[in-house]
Design a protein around this ligand. Sequence first.
Ligand SMILES: Cc1ncc(COP(=O)(O)O)c(C=O)c1O
Length: 421
Amino acid sequence: MPIVFEATPECARDLDQMDFLFSFRERFLFPQHNGEDVRYFCGNSLGLQPKSVSYLMDKELGDWARHGVEGHFKAGYPWFSYHHFFEERLAKLVGAEKEEVVAMNTLTVNLHMLLLSFYRPAVKRYKILMEAGAFPSDQYAVETQVRMHGYEPDDAIIEIAPKNGDNLIADEDIINAIKEAGESLAVVMIGGVNYYTGQFFDLEGITKAAHSVGAYAGFDLAHTVGNIPLKLHEWDVDFACWCSYKYLNSGPGGVGGAFVHERLGNDPKIFRLAGWWGNDEKTRFKMQKGFVPQRGAASWQMSNAPVFNMVAHNASLDIFDKAGIQPLREKSLKLTGYMEFLLKNITHLPFEIITPADPAKRGCQLSMLFGDRGREVFDALTKNGIIADWREPNVIRIAPVPLYNTFEDCYKLYETLMNIK
Ligand SMILES: Cc1ncc(COP(=O)(O)O)c(C=O)c1O
């Protein structure tokens, strides 16, 4: 039966009643506003805390207290192999083989480490192609990587911008630019979902185009992982990295993740900076000379796992595993569809939605670009217990997250906007 959306509280309540993922919100802690849970639309920036985190953290602290150094082998989740506990669940989220993913470091660090492996410029092939308006940390990473190899960013970085005054970048423009750059191109590095507009790029098409000219394709999936189901292995993506504090609810500065396709992860010719944790586990504690990489993405690890920084990740990935990324995506399409429908009913405020209208080209985020009054509207939302996200110069981002947002949340946001005169 097709869903009929209406801008009424009854419709929002009915949609919530039909939502079989509704109870998952019970697993999260909500900030309070006037004694009530806020309406939290900021999971694209920092996800909410799973209630199970404090229990699991206490358990980990207890293991440390009880076992001291022996916790490396005797803890409930032995610290020696802690990163392995994430492989299966992460692999499901990004569509990878277990060996292709690893939880380690943080996002920008992982991006640098992966570029150190895959951006190996040569006389002819030295350019990196990225989207204009990428998240600043990605821009800085790419800029300093090219400088490290003695190139000037203006020459070595190809930025693809939207055309004809549009806010979005056409996938064809990226693909055509890759073909045009041809043999000069070493790496394509794109944000899977753009942080500002919420646009989801054609990762498979971009990867295919990059490979057709002999370049690597890598993606920053900060705004994609846990938001949109992915098939990194099948799409033949070379490398990717992400953070876990947004849709993956793993807390501020939470451990990042990386993907390296098995074609490359097990190829000893691919250079990687080494540390003992990336070494073959059988000889890790033998303290011998000569790095022997373990299999797959895990060989990019350097240091032993920051266990306390991974506890929330463990808690959150369990919730994802129970809900399933596919059912979450199905709910997300409805929830964001409803939010979009409601926003389109608002005609008295000066904004347009710049996120793609095609649900296949976006995740849960909608970006509202304001002519003026943007900051005033944002402040009014906050005052009414609605947590959205402000991005300079004039965008309010809202992310109805299927794990913990409701259709009623969307209605409340709409009602608050309607009440702004
Ligand atoms: C797209 C993107 N790239 C990079 C970063 C920086 O992440 P980190 O501070 O974990 O390195 C962020 C942070 O929000 C981001 O959204």
